[in-house]
Design a protein around this ligand. Structure first.
Ligand SMILES: NC(=O)c1ccc[n+]([C@@H]2O[C@H](COP(=O)([O-])OP(=O)(O)OC[C@H]3O[C@@H](n4cnc5c(N)ncnc54)[C@H](O)[C@@H]3O)[C@@H](O)[C@H]2O)c1
Length: 283
């Protein structure tokens, strides 16, 4: 057997010439991912977020890294015209977007059916909430990913390149953010459905986008210490989450970001990665 410990380094995706888009990039897992990409020397990251302070976030990050690596875009990920503008601007300023981490997400949690014991009437999960969660957590990540693949495809066409060949470097990568909830989770009918749906999108795009040299994978984080989880409340976390993990603590956003960037850089990674701190929910 030949052992060459440096092969993975030779095959590693060179981020220094790559342009990424990270949605939900001003907070939590998206924020940590942008920082990890910058630490690894990426050329530029479009930080996309609806948060009012996305420009401040980018300015702080640029000061931290002493270079203009973060480009802020404030808007709603479900707005197609906004999405097109982000890709056009990044292409003009830095070159084609070839890496996508569509991390923006929301939860609207409640039981699918609640029964009023006194009246016997049922109260079902609101359809408008279900549709909104699908728009943000399922449709939007898929379209940000598709536009990333389109941007690489058009760039290859401009360079006269056809089907990607193994003698070429990998062009780009999409990492979807699933969740342990994709396996089903009480109280999360919309969120769990959206996250499970991303698995189908990932597997399909993995099969299609390699034509252009773009890989695709999905990470399933467990409960991570971000505003999304803090909103559950300290008591709920201590009682219903921590006892069902091996680590008995929340995962840090930077642990997830580290795993995401590993998935981007190591081209042998495909499919799903569970980064769940040993989450085994009680039935
Ligand atoms: N925190 C966890 O435990 C956990 C676990 C598994 C998966 N995830 C997933 O990770 C991703 C990031 O979650 P997080 O915990 O960092 O959440 P977070 O709430 O800390 O950050 C989400 C970010 O997305 C932005 N955002 C929300 N809706 C948006 C919209 N319509 N347009 C633009 N930006 C929007 C928010 O402003 C925020 O900055 C989500 O997809 C979430 O489902 C989180």
């Amino acid at each position: 057997m030949t052992t060459n410990g440096d092969t993975w380094k030779r095959n590693r995706l060179d981020l220094s010439k790559k342009v990424a888009v990270v949605t939900g990039g001003a907070r939590g897992i998206g924020e940590a991912t942008g920082y990890e990409l910058a630490r690894e020397g990426i050329k530029a990251v479009a930080v996309v977020d609806v948060a009012a302070d996305v420009a401040d976030f980018a300015a702080e990050g640029n000061a931290h890294f002493k270079r203009d690596v973060f480009v802020p875009f404030r808007g709603d990920v479900t707005d197609s015209a906004f999405r097109k503008r982000v890709f056009t601007e990044m292409q003009k300023q830095h070159g084609p977007v070839s890496i996508c981490v569509p991390a923006a997400g929301i939860t609207k949690d409640r039981l699918a059916v609640r029964l009023n014991k006194e009246t016997g009437q049922s109260d079902v999960y609101p359809e408008e909430d279900f549709r909104r969660v699908m728009e943000i957590d399922l449709t939007a990540p898929i379209y940000w990913a598709i536009d990333t693949i389109a941007s690489v495809a058009e760039d290859r066409a401009r360079r006269g390149l056809k089907r990607w060949d193994p003698s070429e470097p990998i062009e780009g990568c999409v990492i979807f953010i699933g969740s342990v909830s994709s396996a089903g989770n009480k109280g999360q009918i919309s969120y769990a459905t959206a996250k499970a749906g991303l698995e189908g999108a990932q597997a399909t795009l993995a099969a299609e986008a390699m034509f252009y040299g773009v890989r695709s994978a999905i990470i399933h984080p467990g409960y991570t210490d971000t505003q999304m989880v803090a909103a559950l409340g300290r008591d709920f976390i201590s009682e219903h989450i921590l006892p069902h993990t091996q680590l008995r603590r929340l995962i840090s956003p930077s642990e997830i970001a580290h795993a995401i960037v590993f998935m981007i850089q190591n081209s042998a990674v495909s499919g799903q990665l569970w980064v769940d701190a040993g989450w085994h929910p009680a039935v």
